[in-house]
Ligand binder design. Structure first.
Ligand SMILES: NC(=O)c1ccc[n+]([C@@H]2O[C@H](COP(=O)([O-])OP(=O)(O)OC[C@H]3O[C@@H](n4cnc5c(N)ncnc54)[C@H](O)[C@@H]3O)[C@@H](O)[C@H]2O)c1
Length: 554
């Protein structure tokens, strides 16, 4: 069989491990664990070193035992050796973070734990689980949607998670604490994981019940990446008293719970529900904002100023603007996990949920609306969308991170290509846009919902903004990366070489910049920015006055 490779975002090709390497790798881990035990360190295996697991692993590895002043934990990040993800293991073992973010704490923390403190290593062997005192589950749990804008018609991909529980139960020691951090459908810990794992324990002749706990992540990858895990409030629960005691002890040891106390709930279904509810709450606010954003556009209102005015009121300070669609791994799916669980895990026939699925459907289709705005801005400049060169600024789902999962920009790019546009994209944090690269083999690819997608497979992320702007006909400000907040209109238009359509999807442009783009002959549109028409009229009247006065003077 051909040797298979996993390519890291910076282009390094790592050969996937062969069968003969597994034994060797386990010996390496055993030696490391033996040495760690001699130093009285607890052994923690983090399953899945993605956006959550990689940083959580580093935080645990960085903890110090207050009684000795020395590192109290030895952490093994465990990752599947798939072509898509294997590269994270060698990268971590080089002391390099597999996730890119603006938080200056991430890179040095990972380097310090791997290379200096030697409290963090990464591996591809499941046998690492046998060595663990604590296992933290940070694998993903996907929600498959069969249509855009109809979350009810989807389902939770439980197989992969159930397999993970199965593997864990077959490997761990009887008294190992298993902490599920993955966002799961309410009921999963007690009604899916617990019975399945207990059955395997019994088959293994283990009489005690698995010590299962649940505590969800509230991580916000970005500038406060580490703090959003370590220095933030946590909710936790366990399947029984022992599991609850163990999880409270563990989280008190690794997180800053003195300043951010734990909330301990009675049962895992309560902490699972808390996670799903808090994200559904947020996606509902965002969906609600969509209709007011369109209202603002239709009626000459600048939503940015309205939001600022409302936020002054402390009870309304969490009002937020949705941008061109709601992406990220969590908000587009979490409510769906709740709706699905209600029927399939908890067994209720009635269609209880209205707001939760509606919010996801509105949020999922907002980027289609944003694409219409691009079409209309181009039309106002007499440029048909078909074959127009459109540059999207920002591929990730939110500012200052490199995570492209379910980003509004992806759907916008797909919809614009659907209408025939030529797409370019620039993003300082994203090296490769895998949603497009693997669209032909990735079953859940959203390419299936649009025509004309083939060429997007070769979409390269531009790194040089000036180069990316050359000759474009439209620029879409899609993400609030700090690089885009202060872009000078004169510079942008100069690079493009002519007036362009400018579409502001995230309230990035202030009135002075909008005015300047218009003075330069550009067409400007913005989500929720109904006041642009007023500014345009002002620019037109000033230009008319100038012509008139220069006519009178000559
Ligand atoms: N990303 C966020 O901002 C965020 C915030 C809060 C909660 N969460 C939740 O945390 C969980 C993890 O999210 P993420 O963003 O880190 O996902 P991710 O896809 O970045 O990481 C998951 C990792 O697990 C690995 N994996 C999958 N199955 C495995 C297995 N059987 N054994 C070992 N490794 C395996 C994958 O290869 C991947 O690297 C999800 O449930 C998510 O909803 C994420």
């Amino acid at each position: 069989m051909d040797e298979q490779f996993s390519v890291s975002p910076d282009g390094v090709r790592y050969a996937l491990p062969g069968q003969d390497e597994y034994g060797q790798e386990l010996e390496r881990l055993k030696d490391l664990v033996e040495a760690a035990r001699e130093r009285s360190q607890e052994i923690v295996v983090v399953m899945g070193v993605g956006f959550v697991g990689a940083v959580m692993a580093a935080i645990v590895a960085d903890t110090v035992d207050p009684s000795t002043g020395k590192p109290g934990k030895f952490v093994i990040g465990m990752q599947r050796p798939s072509t898509r993800s294997y590269w994270k293991i060698p990268k971590l073992n080089e002391g390099v973070s597999p996730v890119k973010a603006e938080d200056p704490e991430v890179d040095p923390m990972i380097r310090r734990c791997v290379l200096e403190k030697k409290t963090l290593t990464a591996t591809f062997v499941y046998d690492a689980l046998k060595l663990a005192d604590v296992v933290i589950v940070d694998v993903q749990l996907d929600y498959a949607k069969n249509e855009i804008g109809n979350v009810r018609n989807g389902h939770v991909e439980m197989n992969a998670l159930e397999q993970s529980f199965d593997i864990i139960a077959h490997h761990i020691k009887p008294d190992c604490l298993v902490l599920i951090e993955t966002t799961v459908a309410p009921g999963t810990t007690e009604q899916v994981a617990f019975p399945a794992m207990r059955k395997i324990f019994r088959q293994r002749g283990i009489q005690n019940d698995p010590l299962l706990a649940h505590s969800y992540e509230r991580v916000m990858p970005g500038r406060e990446y580490v703090a959003s895990i370590r220095d933030f409030w946590r909710v936790c629960s366990g399947v029984n008293d022992e599991a609850r005691k163990r999880v409270v002890k563990f989280l008190n040891e690794v997180l800053n719970t003195k300043k951010f106390p734990l909330t301990v709930l009675d049962k895992p279904i309560e902490s699972e529900t808390a996670k799903i509810m808090e994200n559904s709450y947020r996606s509902t606010i965002l969906a609600f904002m969509h209709e007011w954003s369109v209202f603002a556009e239709h009626n000459g209102v600048d939503i940015e100023k309205v939001i600022r005015a409302i936020k002054v009121r402390p009870t309304h300070s969490n009002i937020i603007f949705p941008g061109p669609g709601i992406g990220g791994y969590c908000l587009p799916k979490d409510g769906g996990l709740g709706v699905w669980a209600n029927k399939h895990i908890l067994g209720w026939e009635e269609e209880l949920f209205k707001f939760t699925p509606l919010a996801i459907d509105v949020n999922d289709t907002r980027s289609l609306y944003a694409a219409q705005l691009v079409r209309d801005a181009l039309r106002n400049m007499n440029v048909p969308i078909a074959s127009a060169d459109v540059l999207i600024l920002g591929a990730s789902y939110r500012e200052d991170v490199g995570d492209t999962r379910y980003s509004g920009s992806e759907i916008m790019a797909r919809r614009l290509a659907d209408m025939g546009a030529e797409i370019r994209v620039h993003d300082p944090y994203v090296d490769r846009w895998w949603e497009f690269e693997v669209q032909e083999t990735y079953l859940a690819s959203r390419a299936a919902f649009f025509r004309n997608q083939k060429k997007l497979k070769d979409l390269k992320i531009e790194k040089d903004l000036a180069q990316a702007l050359k000759g474009i006909e439209a620029v879409v400000l899609a993400v609030r990366h700090h690089h885009y907040l202060e872009l000078d209109p004169d510079w942008v238009v100069h690079q493009a070489g002519h007036p362009i359509a400018v579409v502001d999807c995230f309230c990035i442009l202030d009135d002075a910049k909008i005015r300047r783009y218009l003075e330069l002959g550009c067409e400007v549109k913005g989500l929720g920015r109904g006041h642009i028409r007023r500014i345009k009229e002002g620019v037109r009247q000033t230009a008319a006055k100038l012509i008139l006065t220069s006519g009178l003077l000559t």
